[in-house]
Design a protein around this ligand. Structure first.
Ligand code: HEM
Length: 429
């Protein structure tokens, strides 16, 4: 019998490499991992993803790993199960539905354009440092409308995220409890983060009084604290993940020969006479959408997520006893050579309706922000490619990302110069 912790040090050393090594080297649909006393399985077959994620909550539900996010997300529906979670999810989902979000396209595009203009004045910039504040602003625009979050609020929220992120990362796969010093440090940081977040949410509520999501949450009869937690969840879950993918969108625009030109041409098709993107025409912009999708295949920001069995469950010939963890790892499955040709290469001609393509999860708990995240990434590509020429200042190819709660991109430095013209010749198209 293998030691209960046999895989722990390899996992800690290189989580991304570990998952690929465990899953890609075998056709076992469920791979047992020795990460501690709790039985943990990697879901290694796309055929099992739906059965696991669509299972009734009384048998397979979100488990103890996600509960560790409670210090950040509080009492929000992301961490709940059952009727209350479903009720809240429906309200949020309605606000983030495609038709509602499309109404915010002019404001979102203008936000991106403003940032790009400011970056063009810089000699060079670190991409992740700018996509964090940008996606925070964009998700706030999508949810509450224009200019609800001030630049000072954005900085404050980013600081709060920074305070708790490291601590959450440390707790995620911790086996033994913290010592008193470390426990106190965590308590202090969380308290400070909560204070900051509380102040920001208060201002969001004051400034966005009539926005639909706030009104709907209030009409549901949620307490002030619960509304605070739902808002924070959307801002936190919504910006960090998208910011990480946004880095790679700009990176590939810079490094893939001809891609920026193709997207600039595509942008010309979806803009009106004043140069503004027309939301209803975005369906005619497949290249920028394929870029966003391929980026999320190679670099799924939510690189893993999990479920836990609430009773004994039979899956793929395994009897999983109550309390077993099931890890779903888009990072590993989306680079599995059995499901993808040349899996490590960036290729936009792929079929994304592949069962092994799961950057937003599937089933009843699939990402509520999927539509808005894809829209943000698409608008980013269109706005940058149409107006600027991007050049890489840091090394290419870029180093691999780091695995934290989400995938953290490496520092990538780019510079922008104003695009002179687009070559409209068909041959280049
Ligand atoms: C590229 C960006 C994003 C990625 C890769 C991503 C990924 C995911 C994944 C994989 C899940 C499912 C987790 C599970 O089944 O346990 C999820 C859930 C969730 N996401 Fe996203 N997400 C992104 C953007 C957003 C945005 C913009 C929002 C804004 C509101 C958001 C809010 C949420 C929430 C609230 C849930 C929980 C849903 C539930 O439990 O019912 N995400 N996300």
């Amino acid at each position: 019998m293998r030691h209960l912790f046999a895989d722990l040090s390899a996992f800690r050393r290189d989580p991304l490499g570990f998952m690929r090594e465990k899953g890609n080297g075998t056709d076992e649909p469920l791979v047992k991992l020795a990460l501690g006393p709790q039985p943990v399985y990697l879901v290694n077959s796309p055929e099992l993803v739906k059965p696991v994620l669509n299972h009734t909550e009384d048998a397979i539900d979100k488990g103890k790993y996600i509960k560790k996010l409670k210090p950040a997300f509080g009492n929000s529906f992301l961490l709940m199960s059952g009727k209350e979670s479903k009720r809240r999810r429906e309200v949020v989902h309605a606000t983030l539905g495609r038709s509602t979000v499309l109404e915010q396209v002019p404001a979102m595009a203008a936000t991106i354009r403003q940032l790009a203009g400011a970056l063009a004045l810089e000699e060079q910039f670190n991409v992740h440092k700018v996509t964090g504040p940008l996606t925070l602003r964009l998700i706030s625009v999508a949810l509450f409308g224009h200019q609800v979050l001030s630049p000072a609020d954005e900085l404050a929220l980013l600081r709060a995220v920074h305070l708790i992120e490291h601590e959450l990362e440390e707790d995620m796969f911790r086996i033994w409890p913290r010592g008193p010093k470390s426990w106190l440090r965590r308590r202090r940081k969380y308290a400070e983060a909560h204070r900051i977040m509380g102040l920001v949410v208060k201002r969001v509520r004051e400034n966005a009084g009539s926005s639909s999501v706030l009104t709907s949450l209030e009409e549901m009869g949620l307490s002030d604290n619960d509304i605070r937690d739902e808002i924070l969840t959307m801002l936190l879950a919504g910006h960090h993940t998208t910011a990480s993918a946004a880095v790679w969108v700009l990176y590939y625009l810079t490094t893939q020969a001809g891609l920026a030109d193709r997207i600039a041409r595509e942008c010309a098709v979806v803009t009106d006479d004043s140069g503004d993107i027309v939301a209803a025409d975005l369906k005619n912009a497949p290249v920028s959408m394929a870029l966003a999708r391929e980026v999320l295949r190679l670099y799924p920001s939510a690189w893993w997520f999990s479920r836990e069995t609430k009773k004994t469950v039979e899956i793929a010939g395994h009897t999983l006893k109550k309390g077993s963890a099931l890890i779903i790892c888009p990072w590993q499955m989306q680079r599995h050579p059995a499901y993808w040709d040349d899996p490590d290469s960036f290729r936009m001609d792929r079929q994304f309706n592949n069962k092994a393509y799961i950057p937003f999860g599937v089933g009843p708990r699939t990402c509520v922000g999927m539509g808005v995240a894809l829209l943000e990434l698409q608008l980013l590509a269109l706005e940058f490619a149409s107006a600027y020429h991007l050049s890489a200042v840091s090394e290419t190819p870029a180093p691999e990302p780091r695995a934290s709660l989400t995938l953290i991109p490496p520092p990538i430095e780019l510079s922008l110069t104003i695009r002179e013209n687009i070559a409209f010749d068909e041959a280049a198209a």
